[in-house]
Design a protein around this ligand. Structure first.
Ligand code: BDR
Ligand code: CA
Length: 319
């Protein structure tokens, strides 16, 4: 039986690779996609998601979600200021214009209706963008915390962040949503922070392999990973040998629970007020931490298992 899941994402190049792998891998079934403001503005996230699904001919319902953070009018620092003149996040991914369309039901309404239904009792929720939709759904229907069987989140960093020294992008964009979701008492939470994603980066040799495989999903992934390598090279001024490809790791974990080679169960929370640490993931590993663990936090991943997962997906192509 394939692992069924809903993907809440902000497509975004690595979210796109997660979708390519998810729609192709024989052990996974992507039930629906919900979109959220993040890497680009919501309208572009939704359009990019439809482009990516159309590129592989996958028919998966897409529900558009929150256009701004849970409580704030905008990111802590507006997107234009954050991105400066970098062209890393282009509004539109380089795939043909979408012919499919989003559903009329909003992401938040969909998540509530779906997870209050017994039919979703086994459906994992995977979040690879800011946690705004999930925070809104939990605020609207608190019983969801007991209904969602498992939440797998790409977000946070136990060591350094990427937007600031303390904060990773997804949690920094909407710290109040991240704090609300992690504190909601969900049954099972798995966090995939930068520590894990940076431990198993992909390379140009991986892109060569995906291009040879040649399925639409494999070619699409290679194009996006090459763009990430080129960006890293331009940003650092040094040849980029490898680049972290964050979001597909959450999807890989569903099919390959042996992906993470080091993890810790701990009480986790997110900083919502610090002037230098806004959006920081706090992983309380103190033996005397007064709160019981509320998440498993992956700290290292196996590059071999990650590559096997992606290879299997791309060889299978689109079902
Ligand atoms: C995360 O932030 C986004 O830019 C990526 O899509 C990924 O989800 C990495 O910090
Ligand atoms: Ca993302």
């Amino acid at each position: 039986m394939p692992v069924r899941f809903v993907l809440d994402c902000d497509t975004g190049s690595d979210d796109a690779i997660a979708i390519f792998a998810a729609t192709a891998h024989p052990d996974l079934e992507l039930v629906a996609v919900t979109t959220v403001n993040g890497n680009v503005a919501l309208e572009h996230v939704t359009d990019n998601t439809l482009r990516v699904l159309d590129h592989v001919g996958a028919s998966v319902p897409v529900h558009a979600g929150a256009a701004r953070p849970f409580m704030r009018p905008d990111f802590p620092v507006p997107r234009a200021v954050l991105n400066g003149d970098s062209d890393f996040q282009k509004d539109s991914l380089d795939f043909p214009a979408a012919v499919s369309a989003a559903e009329t039901q909003s992401a938040v309404s969909f998540l509530i209706e779906a997870y209050m239904d017994e039919a979703f009792a086994d459906v994992t929720l995977v979040a690879t963008g800011p946690l705004t939709n999930i925070a809104l759904a939990l605020a609207t229907e608190p019983r969801l915390a007991a209904r969602i069987p498992r939440l797998v989140v790409m977000g946070g960093a136990h060591a350094n962040g990427n937007v600031t020294a303390a904060a990773e992008f997804n949690f920094w964009v909407d710290p109040e949503a991240a704090e609300a979701v992690l504190g909601a008492g969900l049954r099972e939470v798995v966090i995939v922070p930068l520590d894990a994603t940076h431990s198993a980066p992909l390379t140009a040799a991986d892109c060569d392999e995906y291009e040879k495989i040649g399925t639409p999903a494999a070619q699409g992934a290679a194009k996006l990973i090459r763009h990430r390598l080129a960006h890293d090279q331009a940003a650092s001024g040094q040849a980029a040998v490898s680049t972290p490809v964050h979001d597909p790791m959450c999807v890989a974990y569903l099919a390959r629970p042996d992906l993470f080679t080091e993890a810790v169960e701990a009480f986790v929370s997110v900083e919502t007020t610090g002037s230098r640490t806004l959006g920081e993931l706090l992983v309380d590993t103190r033996p005397w931490c007064p709160q019981p663990p509320n998440a498993a936090v992956a700290l290292r991943a196996s590059g071999e298992v990650y590559r096997e997962f992606l290879r299997t997906a791309f060889l299978a192509g689109q079902r």
